[in-house]
Ligand binder design. Structure first.
Ligand SMILES: Cc1cc2nc3c(=O)[nH]c(=O)nc-3n(C[C@H](O)[C@H](O)[C@H](O)COP(=O)(O)OP(=O)(O)OC[C@H]3O[C@@H](n4cnc5c(N)ncnc54)[C@H](O)[C@@H]3O)c2cc1C
Ligand code: FES
Length: 285
């Protein structure tokens, strides 16, 4: 039975740095031992707005990286797009401020036991969890190709140190301000064929994940994706984040993407449900 990530803890984490990078903010928190339990794909749920705020729901952010600094404690990094009131509040907080944070939450990317040829695809800030993943895959001897896409160059998040852990990096923008003009799905089939890709890991908007899944299914490539379904509680209580997913027994169930995800097998998601409960789903009638 699914449940909240057993390693999850609620802590007050001090902001160590908060820097603007392109369209995003790269924020580093001091999190002590919690850094050791986070895996690529996990996320944090952060309380926003301060003590008297009406914004009672936590906001979810993918964990970009964690560092263990030994005696001086661990660090946890996220990449935030200032979007609505909660994320704008967070990006305005200065070093020294303590944030109420729950982490690590959710499922992590599955790591193959043998060296494989992996393609990592990120859309916008969806690239954030992929750099930590690429470091783990590289340490297992995998070949890693990465494709990052966004509407425009400012929205591609690709730090220099992150690029070191990949064999090739292709950037794609819709307006052509950097890299190839178009969408990530324009270049994925060619990379799968040329580099004989075994597995695709993806993170980004739902439409992009669905389109990647079609390509993966057509070519028989395994596809693990990190879903960013709207979340309210982040810990499995409210059912805001449910998504129809077909289990190994063939039965479709509405699963909570905050605890059964965010990382799921792309081939098991019923992508075209348009936030309805599909016919045949367990418990629908
Ligand atoms: C797993 C996951 C990982 C993510 N990773 C990142 C990341 O790395 N970087 C990043 O910038 N963003 C990330 N996001 C998106 C981020 O959570 C949202 O952009 C953020 O919640 C926006 O908050 P806001 O207050 O700025 O925006 P608003 O749009 O004002 O508020 C959005 C929030 O309102 C609540 N809400 C909205 N609709 C409903 C509803 N129908 N019912 C109940 N509650 C609702 C939710 O708590 C939601 O988080 C991620 C989201 C998920 C689920
Ligand atoms: S966000 Fe509340 S159950 Fe998933």
């Amino acid at each position: 039975m699914s449940g909240i990530n057993r390693e999850a803890r609620q802590i007050f984490a001090e902001i160590v740095s908060n820097k603007k990078v392109g369209a995003y903010h790269h924020i580093v928190f001091s999190v002590g031992e919690l850094a050791n339990s986070a895996k690529p794909g996990n996320f944090v749920a952060i309380s926003v707005g301060g003590q008297n705020s009406a914004m009672v729901l936590r906001r979810a952010f993918a964990i970009y990286r964690t560092f263990d600094r030994g005696a001086s404690g661990g660090l946890l990094e996220i990449v935030v797009a200032p979007h609505g009131a909660g994320s704008i509040w967070l990006t305005n907080q200065l070093p020294g401020f303590k944030v109420d944070l729950v982490a690590p939450l959710g499922t992590a990317f599955g790591i193959p036991t043998e060296p494989v040829r992996a393609l990592l695809v990120g859309g916008g800030y969806g690239s954030a969890p992929l750099f930590g993943l690429s470091e783990v895959l590289k340490s297992r001897g995998c070949r890693i190709d990465m494709v990052l896409g966004a509407s425009t160059a400012m929205k591609i998040y690709a730090p220099l140190d992150g690029k070191r852990s990949v064999n090739s990096l292709t950037t794609v923008t819709e307006d052509g301000t950097t890299g190839i003009t178009g969408k990530v799905t324009d270049v994925i089939p060619g990379i799968i064929e040329t580099n004989q890709i075994d597995i695709i890991y993806s993170c980004g908007p739902m439409g992009m994940l669905e389109a990647i899944n079609v390509i993966a299914q057509e070519r028989g490539v395994v596809h693990q994706c990190a879903i960013e379904e709207a979340m309210a509680c982040g810990i499995g209580v409210c059912m805001t984040c449910v998504l129809p997913i077909r289990g190994e027994d063939g039965v479709i169930r509405m699963l909570r993407s905050c605890i059964d995800g965010p990382v799921v097998d792309g081939g098991s998601v019923i992508w075209n449900s348009k936030r309805t409960i599909p016919e045949g789903t367990w418990g629908r009638n």
